[in-house]
Design a protein around this ligand. Structure first.
Ligand code: NI
Length: 167
């Protein structure tokens, strides 16, 4: 659990940067990639990652601009990537201005559950990571070369002078 805002910001910076690399790799066509006819498309998941970022912060009591036209998934991958860049910067700015290390211990009712504010920030990152995992699979299915997240992607091993493991 986070005990300081700085600790969270450092982790956010890393997770946001790897998420941004995925967002920047999206193509307009790939946004239509579906896991099944009943589930969200890649574009919808990526847009959900964007819109839920200020959405969750507001739920936590942090005032930050919501994304405009949040119910309409853009058809432009660049627009989604740029929107993530903005919400990601807004996240750091709003948390640093509105919360202190002390406020992390305060309780807050979030989505109907009482929890310390420090826990809301863990939830926030877990949500991002969950959807980012969904994105990497759909990106592969759409034929996009996926940037590595916690380690090299298949194509990146060669740049390290190594072969990708077979399994
Ligand atoms: Ni979600």
């Amino acid at each position: 659990m986070y005990t300081s805002i700085n600790e969270f910001i450092q982790e956010w910076n890393q997770e946001a940067a790897s998420t941004q690399r995925l967002m920047d790799a999206l193509t307009d066509n790939s946004l239509q990639q579906m896991v099944s006819p009943d589930d969200r498309s890649l574009g919808r998941i990526a847009w959900h990652v964007v819109t839920s970022t200020p959405g969750m912060l507001n739920e936590f009591g942090i005032k930050v601009d919501m994304v405009e036209n949040e119910n309409t998934v853009p058809t432009s991958a660049k627009e989604i990537a740029e929107a993530f860049r903005k919400v990601s910067a807004d996240t750091i700015d709003s948390i640093q201005k509105q919360w202190t290390d002390e406020s992390l211990k305060e309780m807050k009712n979030v989505f109907g559950m009482e929890m310390p504010k420090a826990v809301t920030l863990s939830l926030f990152l877990k949500h991002l990571i969950h959807h980012r995992g969904q994105m990497t699979v759909l990106m592969r299915q759409a034929g996009i070369q996926v940037p590595g997240v916690y380690g090299p992607a298949r194509e990146e091993w060669v740049h390290m002078g190594m072969q990708a493991p077979v399994i």
